[in-house]
Design a protein around this ligand. Structure first.
Ligand code: PGA
Length: 246
């Protein structure tokens, strides 16, 4: 099994950056990695035409209809988008996604788009020792509208909020504990298996430490995925260090 590495470009990159970005990625070969790119929706088609796997950064809570500005799961599916991030902490913070994400997950599952469900604790949660409780609640809230079989299709991205864009990361041991906890919790409560990846300030300086975490299936990379040359160096390192991983 390859490690999955997902680039979350957020609201970055201009039209003039895209062709070069795609070409540079395609000029390399990452044998041990499964790559997914989540650019702004306006660039999804370019990435797909460039032969790359894509994900959207969000999906509408609505289906087709009069919802100005929304992009729905059916539209993503028709374009060939295979994944979608849901519940990213930035969307929970700025766009009220806590209350929408169960419906969004259900919409994605219905169209066979793989959800990348982001969960993560705040610094206060970590300091007060409530990490597991907070993550369990986020999982329970997300799974309300789908059945146990469909939970198997979900990638869970563990993204501690205090680690996103801050250059602060949990220790490999802390990540390992959380990954094991998520897997066990979902297995015993929902009789399902989820793939768990890590996101939050992944960069060239800390990837060796993070990548030593047993049982971690991949990464969601924000800032470090924006400059394509930097990202390729990061991918090369992960690729090399993931040889014979499984
Ligand atoms: P970061 O973002 O790599 O810039 O911390 C990760 C994310 O928000 O998905």
């Amino acid at each position: 099994m390859k490690k999955i590495v997902i680039a979350n470009h957020k609201s970055n990159l201009l039209k003039s950056d895209i062709i070069n970005y795609i070409n540079e990625i395609n000029n390399n070969n990452f044998t041990n990695l499964d790559l997914v790119f989540c650019p702004s929706n306006i660039y999804l088609n370019s990435f797909i035409n460039g032969g790359l796997k894509t994900g959207s950064q969000d999906v509408s809570i609505f289906n087709r209809g009069s919802y100005t500005g929304e992009v729905n799961a059916e539209q993503l599916c028709s374009l060939g988008v295979e994944y979608s991030i849901v519940g990213h902490s930035e969307r929970r913070k700025y766009f009220n996604d806590d209350s929408h994400l169960a419906g969004k997950l259900a919409n994605l599952i219905r169209l066979d788009i793989k959800p990348i469900l982001c969960i993560g604790e705040s610094l206060e949660d970590r300091k007060s020792g409530s990490v597991e409780k907070v993550l369990e609640k986020q999982l329970d809230d997300a799974f309300i509208k789908i059945n146990n079989i469909d939970i198997n299709k979900i990638i869970v991205a563990y993204e501690p909020i205090w680690s996103i864009g801050t250059n602060k990361i949990p220790t490999s041991k802390e990540i390992e504990e959380v990954v094991n906890h998520i897997e066990k919790y979902v297995y015993f409560k929902y009789d399902a298996s989820v793939v768990v990846i890590y996101g939050g300030s992944v960069n060239l300086d800390n990837i060796t430490e993070i990548n030593s975490t047993p049982n971690l299936k991949g990464y969601l990379v924000g800032t470090s995925s924006i400059d394509v040359n930097y990202y390729i160096e990061l991918l090369k390192k992960i690729d090399l260090e993931s040889e014979n991983y499984f």
